[in-house]
Design a protein. Structure first.
Length: 135
């Protein structure tokens, strides 16, 4: 029986590998892990539908037990015109019951946090991309 890895778990493992490389002074593999993390986020993270500037992982604040992402949300008014932005941070932590907890910071303008939670939960709980990781 093979188990599928969730995307949040894959990212946490790569963040852990990156931090291990930093502690051991292995700059070559640190760079490779960073490249892989950034590529996964760039290629798969929510972008568009209000998350018009994409999603960025904050590697300085991320650990194997906490993934941190930054993004903006582009709001529309009742007339269908864009009318401003809100800045958000997504903090992902482990949960024994649900796999991971998602916390979205920032203003809940127009009750968008429920929508954002749904979008990011779907993304992070999707099946991980098969990639070879070493070191």
């Amino acid at each position: 029986m093979s188990t599928k890895t969730k995307l949040y778990a894959q990212l946490a493992m790569l963040v852990c590998a990156r931090l291990n490389c930093i502690s051991k002074g292995n700059s070559e593999w640190k760079a490779k892990h960073e490249e892989q993390i950034l590529s996964i986020v760039k290629d798969t993270a929510p972008s568009g539908s209000g998350i018009d500037c994409g999603t960025k992982i904050n590697l300085d604040d991320s650990t194997p037990e906490k993934l941190v992402f930054d993004f903006s949300y582009h709001h529309m008014n009742d007339g269908g015109y864009y009318d401003g932005w809100t800045e958000h941070r997504l903090i992902v932590t482990p949960s024994l019951q649900f796999g991971c907890n998602l916390k979205i910071t920032g203003r809940d303008r127009n009750d968008t946090k429920e929508y954002l939670h749904e979008v990011y939960s779907y993304w992070l709980n999707s099946e991980a991309i098969e990639q070879a990781v070493a070191a």
